[in-house]
Design a protein around this ligand. Structure first.
Ligand code: NAD
Length: 260
């Protein structure tokens, strides 16, 4: 089961899981996008489910439908989320609450309902899409940043509490991925400016995030739980400094030990 399946990273995860041989229930509240996607995919292995992950009853029903349709639930990619951008002092409660409702409450409902189904068939794997924003925050996104930090604590808690049920829970943390939600990727000036800080010099492709999700969901990651895999092209590694004009104090070069 993949949430946020109809666009961006979620769509790429669906494509990757289908290529890897899974049958996939794709959950999204965007009915038209999901319907269009379903017409492209093999109806024997892809089942669209219209649901709002911030609604417990709809999440519960979505898990039920997935299990009914395919017999069991082995993997959840808890990927759906929303963002908003406001200066900190102007964030309104409705914006804050909507983000927490979808990104945190929604992830909780999905993980809990999926895990309940997994316990009935011997276990499974859950991969949450968080973000480097969980700790390497971006301006004007306090609500989004906080929600992504919360899902990391939620993921670690679920990993600890569900290990005894043979359910692994991990997260991916992309930085900027080329989707409709990453507005900066479509702004030529903003994109060029942003990419100066990315050592690999480009944005991530949705399929690259999907590959990390597929790895964490797979048996190759059978001993990995409670971890986050960062996909940021090196963005959060550190700050690039120019070479100094002269030898640094105490260095071999300064002491003439390098033969120079
Ligand atoms: N794009 C990036 O740069 C980036 C970076 C880091 C993390 N992420 C995370 O990746 C995930 C996917 O983001 P994306 O860029 O693909 O976004 P997107 O907007 O392209 O796709 C998100 C999908 O989630 C669906 N969705 C939204 N709210 C929902 C709800 N309440 N119930 C069900 N479905 C809902 C939307 O309809 C949409 O199809 C999110 O968790 C996002 O925070 C994205």
């Amino acid at each position: 089961m993949v949430t946020g399946a109809a666009n961006g990273i979620g769509r790429a995860i669906v494509d990757r899981f289908l290529a890897d041989g899974y049958s996939v229930a794709g959950v999204d509240l965007a009915e038209d996008d999901l319907g269009a996607m379903a017409t492209e995919l093999d109806a024997d292995r892809f089942h669209p489910v219209v649901a709002d992950i911030s609604n417990r009853a709809e999440v519960s029903a979505a898990v039920h439908v997935a299990v009914e349709r395919f017999g069991r639930l082995d993997v959840l990619a808890a990927n759906a989320a929303i963002a908003d951008a406001d200066p900190f002092l102007e964030i309104e409660d409705r914006s804050w609450l909507r983000i927490i409702d979808v990104n945190v409450n929604g992830a909780f409902y999905c993980i809990q309902e999926a895990a309940r189904a997994m316990t009935r068939t011997g276990g499974g794997a859950i991969v949450v899409t968080s973000s480097t924003n969980s700790w390497f925050v971006e301006s004007n996104l306090a609500h989004y940043n906080a929600s992504k930090g919360a899902v990391i604590a939620l993921m670690r808690s679920a990993a600890l509490d569900l290990a005894g049920f043979n359910i692994r829970v991990n997260a991916v943390e992309p930085s900027m991925v080329k989707t409709r939600a990453a507005f900066i990727t479509k702004d030529p000036d903003g994109a060029a400016d942003y990419l100066k800080r990315v050592p690999l010099g480009r944005f991530a492709e949705p399929a690259e995030v999907a590959a990390a999700v597929a790895f964490l969901a797979s048996e190759q990651a059978a001993y990995i739980t409670g971890q986050t895999l960062v996909l940021d092209g090196g963005l959060t590694l550190g700050i690039e400094l120019p070479l100094p004009q002269s030898a640094l104090p105490g260095s071999a070069r300064a002491e003439g030990l390098d033969g120079a």
